[in-house]
Design a protein around this ligand. Structure first.
Ligand code: ZN
Length: 208
């Protein structure tokens, strides 16, 4: 899809016990990829059904990856939006992946805190990064995440370091509905380094 020489950041998203099998395959495939900046985006309770505290095999895999140099970051709480957005859902799977879409400051803070609580309980430390599912975070939500003490969040185009700057670094991922677009963008950005995002539901035979 895109040459590894163009990748500055590598991130595996949607880390949840729901996708244990796929995650094992992904990490096996990535074993020989030497990208220094590697993150795993943890979803503490996918779909309100997959609380990571109940899945020791998953936790063990994540802790192993952390030892190998992967940074664990918080990727929402459940990954699903509390309210159904039927029109959007036809095209974007918004219910399943726009968890923080249009949430207020307080709503964002409370939901992120729920995720933080589980994350800290399981991994014994606070994550530096917060990535909203589908990068959908309102301006109010951005302030709430900053208030909670995270060092950075990100959008599709930027990594937003709270203390310093917004670093331009496009996220490129494989998605059935956007595959052509992301290919086109990566083609247009031949001189820029990108963030390569891998999801458990990618076509795993094509992730490298
Ligand atoms: Zn996600």
């Amino acid at each position: 899809m895109i040459g590894w020489d163009k990748v500055k950041y590598l991130s595996v998203h949607d880390a949840s016990p729901k996708f244990q099998k796929e995650l094992e395959i992904i990490f096996d495939k990535l074993n020989d990829v030497k990208i220094k900046n590697r993150t795993i985006a943890i979803v503490p309770n996918w779909g309100y059904k997959w609380d990571i505290r109940k899945y020791p095999k998953f936790v063990q895999l994540m802790k192993q990856k952390e030892k190998e140099g992967w940074e664990l970051v918080l990727h929402g709480y459940s990954h699903s939006h509390p309210n159904h957005i039927p029109w959007y859902d036809l095209f974007f799977q918004s219910k399943e992946s726009w968890e923080f879409y249009k949430l207020s400051y307080e709503e964002t803070k409370n939901l992120a805190l729920k995720g933080l609580k589980i994350f800290e309980e399981v991994f014994g430390h606070r994550p530096k990064g917060f990535i909203a599912p589908n990068w959908r975070l309102s301006d109010e939500g951005y302030k709430a995440i900053k208030y909670l003490g995270f060092e950075y969040t990100s959008s599709i185009r930027y990594i937003k370091w709270f203390k310093t700057r917004w670093e331009k670094c496009l996220a490129v991922w494989q998605d059935p509905t956007r595959l052509k677009l992301s290919k086109l963008l990566s083609f247009c950005l031949t001189k820029e380094k990108v963030r390569r995002i891998i999801h458990p539901r990618d076509r795993l035979n094509r992730i490298l």
